[in-house]
Write a protein that binds this ligand. Sequence first.
Ligand code: SAH
Length: 476
Amino acid sequence: MHYFPLFADLKSRPVLVVGGGSVAARKVNLLLQANAEIRIVAQKLNLELTTLEAQGKVFWLAKHFSAEQLKSVFLVIAATNDEQLNQRVFRLAESQHKLVNVVDDQPHCSFIFPSIIDRGSLQVAISSAGRAPVLARLLREKLEALLPQHLGKIAEISGKWRDKVKQRLHSVTERRRFWETLFSGRFVNLVKNQQIELAEEELARQLENDYQGGVVSLVGAGPGDAGLLTLKGLQEIQQADVVLYDALVSDEILGLIRRDADRIFVGKRAQRQYVAQEDTNQLLVKLARQGKRVVRLKGGDPFVFGRGGEELETLVENRIPFSVVPGITAGIGATAYAGIPLTHRDYAQSAVFVTGHRKADASDIEWQTLARSHQTLVIYMGTLKASFIAEQLQQHGRDSNTPLAVISQGTQLTQTTLVGRLKNLAELAKNAPTPALIVVGEVVELHHKLAWFGEDKQRQKRPHFTLDSLAIGQVA
Ligand code: SAH
C-alpha cells in the first residue's frame, strides 16, 4: 500500500497554508468544508482569499514563512509559485513531523489529497497514488453518478438510531442483518423521496420486526438512447427487484437493469402478447405487497401519453408508496436528434403535444387551435390516422405546404426522418417504421441545416452506453 487512507477530523484544528494565489485558494476552500482553522502565510492574498479573510473565515498570519509557524498546526500546505520556498516548507515540516503537501509536487508530499465524493456523513475518497489523477477523477465521475445524493441522509439517520439498535439487538450478527435488510428495502426509498418521518417510522417498525411492504417507482426511460436515461432512473433500475416494462423501452436500456432482477413485459404491441392496463395496475399492487422494490419502466416520460397517472391512482387506492422519475419524452428527444427545434424565434412561438389516437372518436379535438400557423404540432401515435389528421389540419386552415417530418425510432441507432409537406403526410406516415412521431410546422425547415444524428454520419461514432462501460475496471 503506497499511501494509507485516513479520514481526518480537522474541525477547529489549525492548518498552515503557505501561498495566497488561486492554487492556495482551491485548497483553502476544500479545507474550509471540513471547518479547519486556516492560517495563511503569503506576501499578498488574491481577491478570493481577501474576501474570506474579511469574512473572518481565514486568518492571515504573516507575510513571510518561518519555522516557528509550524509548531502548533496539524497539516501544512505549500502552494506558492516559489519552488525553493515550497521545498523549504516541506523540509522544515518534515523535520517537525508535520504532515505536509506541496501542491502538484508529489515527491514533496507526506500526504496527498484524494478525489472526494461527498454525501454528508458518507464519503468516498479515491487516489491513484498520484500516478494517474485523471483516471481517479474519471472514476470519481462514474461513482458520483452511481451514488445517489440521499446516501448521506441514510447514514445520518442510521447514526442517530445506532444506540437504540444496539440496545434492542444484542449480537453483532443480528445487528448486521438488521442494517442489511433496512438498507435494501423500503426505508431507502422513503429517504430518497425525502419522506424522512416515514423512513424513521419504517426503521422503528423493522426494529420491532413488523412486516413491511414494497414500493413502486414509475420511471421514464426516454425515447431509446440509453444515454438519455436520467441518473435517478438508472439508480432505480439498478436497485429494483422487479421491472415491468413496455414495448417502447429500448433493448439498450433493458440491458442496464440489475441482472438478477425479474423482468416482466407488459406491453401493448399487437404482434406481442397483450397485457390489459387493469392487469398491469393489479400486478404492481401485488408485487409491492410482496415487499418488492418494483420499477414500472415506460418509454419517454411516464406522464406524457403514458398512462402513468392511471397506474398511480391504483397505487394510491391501495396505499402503496410510490415515486415518479420523469423521462425525456419522444417529442423532446426525437426532435432534438432530428435537428428540429420545437420553437424558434423566426418559425414557431409555441409547441403543442397532441395524441393522434383517442379513446373515443376525435370529434372533440379543437382542430382550429391545432391548425394555427407558427406553432409546432407534435403528434404522438398519429401514423395510423395520418390521412385524417392531414385533412383536418388543412380544412381548418393550415397551409398544405407546411413542412412536416415523420421521425421513426427517434434517438435510436435506427432513427430515420422523413420530411415532406402537410399534403403528403399520409404517404410519409405509411412508409415510416414505428414508433413514429409526426412534427408539423415551419421549424421542420431547420432539419436540413441542423440534422446531426445521421443514419450514416453518426451511427458508427456514437459511444455505446452499457453497464459494463460503467464498471470500475474499464474506466481506463
Ligand atoms: N410516454 C411516451 C409516449 C407514449 S405514446 C413519451 O413520453 O415519449 C407512444 C407514441 O410515442 C408513439 O406512437 C410515437 O408517436 C411516440 N414515440 C415514442 N417513442 C418514440 C421514438 N423513439 N421515436 C419516435 N416516436 C416515439
